[in-house]
Design a protein around this ligand. Structure first.
Ligand SMILES: *Cc1c(COP(=O)(O)O)cnc(C)c1O
Length: 411
């Protein structure tokens, strides 16, 4: 591990997640004589010694680090660096690398992988933007789409990455990471763990090589930051930083500051939202006009084995099915407390229609096969009272029913 333990003589893994959430990445603040995280907005840094500056630039251009002589903010920024240190500790990774967005993070992973081979294997469903990036061929990579249990058959000699998302956006399908790693036969596995956060799941512990977060979601948590981060080995982190330096997909220091500021409350936020989600999921499952609810917290064979072993809780995202597009659009149009909007993992509750919005650009047949239908709504439960949320959702469901079937009752 390249990062410093918080306390001297600290045994590995000795500190609880909650403690790390509060203290990780803040190790040097005492020496700096400050209590709050310093926000360094410098775009460039004075070069005291030209030879030293040149060496530092060369090292960082190749993905190395030189915190003492940052040269230029595209190469290194201490506010971003502290957030990366914190996130690495929360995921139990050697290092982490932060990017301007989740998509920038995935792009960097794909470009880094491409140096080793031009083929990737991916499991659907993925977030619509990720699906679009991989399916587009824009980066010159070929893809084979596989099922969670048919990874091995999809491997080629030039396969450089296996990509899965668990829980998957938007259907909440759970993928057994250990099974995928075993089938991947040594090919690095990337897990998009955005829905789980490091509070509920640590994919590296199950053999994954890279764990990706759209930090825009739970890590930011307040709907005011766009960011991505990848926690991984020191070797991969070097490759990712190299791609970041070359392509310029850096995270703004103010965004890193906001992300780091939110980490102490991450576990609290995730657990409180999860509690509310459990209530809403049960009410939805019992509601007559709701045809199905997909939530890992509802007992089912789909999630058996993975919950508990791989995940420490079901989280606060769910998807539910109503009659058709018209019904779904009326639910979205009639919620008053919830925000009809894409994105997720915020303190407030968001509801959206994946087929029309986040997964609009996904291949039509793949959408159908993944269960992203016209009647599917995705709900990201926030920190409001579950009673208030249910009252809101129920009145929207009632209005949607009345609207969709207005003709049935007309006389
Ligand atoms: C939102 C999201 C992304 C993309 O992240 P951005 O920060 O919007 O670029 C990737 N994966 C998942 C699972 C997401 O929900």
């Amino acid at each position: 591990m390249s990062h410093q333990p918080i306390f001297e003589n600290q045994a590995p893994g000795a500190l609880a997640f909650e403690t790390l959430g509060v203290h990780a990445g803040r190790e040097e603040l005492m020496a700096l004589g400050v209590h709050a995280l310093p926000l360094d907005l410098s775009s460039t840094y004075p070069i005291k010694d030209l030879a030293r500056g040149g060496e530092s630039l060369e090292r960082m251009a190749m993905g190395g680090q030189d915190k003492e002589c940052p040269v230029y903010s595209r190469l290194y920024n201490p506010t971003v660096g502290r957030f990366e240190e914190a996130l690495a500790q929360l995921e139990g990774a050697e290092e982490s690398v932060a990017f301007a967005s989740g998509m920038a993070a995935l792009t960097a992973c794909l470009l880094a992988a491409k140096q080793k081979g031009g083929h990737v294997v991916a499991v659907r469903p993925l977030y619509g933007g990720s699906d679009h990036l991989i399916a587009s061929g824009l980066l010159g990579l070929e893809v084979t789409w596989a099922e969670p249990d048919s990874i091995r058959a999809a491997l080629r000699s030039d396969t450089s990455l296996v990509i899965v998302e668990t829980p998957a956006n938007p259907t909440l399908q759970l993928v057994d990471i250990e099974s995928v790693v075993m089938q991947a036969c040594g090919v690095p596995v990337l897990v998009d763990s955005t829905f789980a956060t490091p509070v509920l799941q640590n994919p590296l512990k199950h053999g994954a090589t890279l764990v990706l977060h759209s930090a825009t979601k739970f890590l930011g948590g307040h709907g005011d930051v766009l960011a991505g981060v990848v926690a991984t080995t020191a070797e991969w982190a070097t490759e990712l930083r190299k791609v970041r330096v070359i392509t310029g997909s850096v995270l703004h220091p103010l965004a890193a500051y906001l992300l780091h500021r939110g980490l102490p409350t991450l576990a609290l936020r995730v657990r409180a939202a999860q509690e509310g989600a459990q209530v809403i999921a049960q009410k939805l499952a019992a509601y007559p006009t709701v045809k199905a609810v997909h939530y890992p917290g509802l007992r089912s064979s789909e999630t058996h084995g993975v919950m508990g072993h791989q995940m420490r809780g079901p989280g606060s995202l769910m998807a539910f099915e109503v009659e058709n597009f018209e019904f779904a659009s009326q639910v979205m149009a009639n919620v008053k407390l919830m925000t009809p909007a894409v994105s997720l993992g915020s303190v407030d509750t968001l509801i959206q229609h994946p087929a029309a919005l986040t997964h609009r650009v996904v291949d039509a047949a793949a959408k159908t096969q993944s269960g992203i239908g016209a009647g599917l709504l995705r709900l990201s439960v926030g920190l409001e009272s579950p009673d208030d949320l249910w009252a809101d959702l129920e009145q929207a469901l009632v209005k949607a029913m009345a609207h969709t079937h207005a003709d049935d009752y007309a006389s």
